[in-house]
Ligand binder design. Structure first.
Ligand code: ZN
Length: 306
């Protein structure tokens, strides 16, 4: 396989290590999209959302750049924490401020977790906001009642007059993919390391449905997950005889097309190789520790940090 470029359009890098960034860059990942999400510990103050959103457009973006990876994000109130209504109201006030910031490629990840009335309320309010701002929506579909939750998510989008081509429906499986594609939405798949949707199953889906409007991601976070899921699945697809053109669509081009609508994410951001300058700092902080020589590489996309 010639050296391919990959985009991981759903990965929670705040939970990952510098080793992950290094391995991702070496594997050919040139860009990542980090959706805002629940961080494990339930938040109790709107200020912690504010700082989290700020880190997604600030520190984490800087940290990725130090490894030659372009970092983008989606901003939203996650479904789980929509159930804390007093908090949710305050977070809703923050969203418009962050959705217009540099590097924000959409509203997400939003949708249903337990499909409660509060989740429904804040999902709908956020869809209206996305419509007003003319930005794409990244939808988290529930892990319980997956099929009905996915159908419902799409129905609600249509009810609010969102165009399916502006909505990425995530965490699909064999049971949901047909309906999502038939309705004209983007179908994203999360590749889990050992359970649920594994990469062998993903290969079969691409064989069956082809590469149009399908994209894959790792959704790597603080749980057991694999930030190399996208390149590993690409390599398996190649072994199983899927064309390079199809692999490129599923692992790179479709994510670029869908999230590139924001105008914030362009191939030219990394096409000539990305500059790495580890002498730079963010709020006075560097990723380097005592005695390390900063790597300075003006044109290198997949950089090995020595
Ligand atoms: Zn996620």
């Amino acid at each position: 396989m010639k050296k391919m470029k990959f985009i991981d359009p759903h990965v929670h890098m705040v939970s990952r290590t510098t080793d992950d960034y290094q391995a991702m860059a070496e594997a050919g990942i040139v860009a990542v999209i980090e959706p805002s999400f629940w961080i494990g510990q339930p938040r109790t103050e709107a200020g912690t959302f504010k700082d989290y959103f700020s880190s997604l457009v600030g520190w984490e973006r800087f940290r990725a750049s130090q490894f030659g990876i372009r970092h983008y994000c989606t901003i939203g109130l996650n479904s789980k924490e929509a159930n804390n209504e007093a908090l949710a109201e305050r977070v809703m006030e923050l969203l418009p401020l962050y959705l217009c910031k540099e590097g924000v490629v959409g509203l997400g990840e939003v949708g249903y977790d337990d499909q409660t009335p509060a989740e429904d309320k804040y999902f709908r309010l956020q869809l209206e906001l996305a419509k007003k701002l003319n930005i794409v929506v990244q939808i988290h579909t529930p892990h319980r009642d997956k099929k009905s939750g996915t159908s419902r998510s799409m129905d609600v989008c249509l009810e609010h007059s969102l165009s399916p081509e502006n909505v990425i429906v995530d965490h699909n499986n064999e049971e949901t993919v047909r309906e999502v594609l038939d309705k004209g939405f983007w179908a994203a798949f999360t590749i889990y390391p050992s359970t649920k949707m594994g990469n062998a199953r993903m290969v079969e889906i691409v064989k069956q449905y082809g590469p149009e409007r399908i994209m894959i991601n790792s959704a790597a976070d603080w749980g057991i997950s694999d930030p190399l899921a996208v390149p590993k699945t690409a390599w398996l697809m190649e072994q199983k005889g899927i064309s390079e053109e199809a692999i490129e669509k599923v692992c790179y081009k479709n994510a670029l097309e869908a999230f590139g609508k924001s105008g914030q994410m362009k191939e030219s951001d990394w096409a000539d190789g990305q500059s790495i300058d580890q002498r730079s700092t963010f709020s006075g902080n560097s990723i380097l520790r005592g005695g390390m020589t900063p790597k300075v590489d003006p044109k290198s996309s997949n950089v090995i940090i020595e």
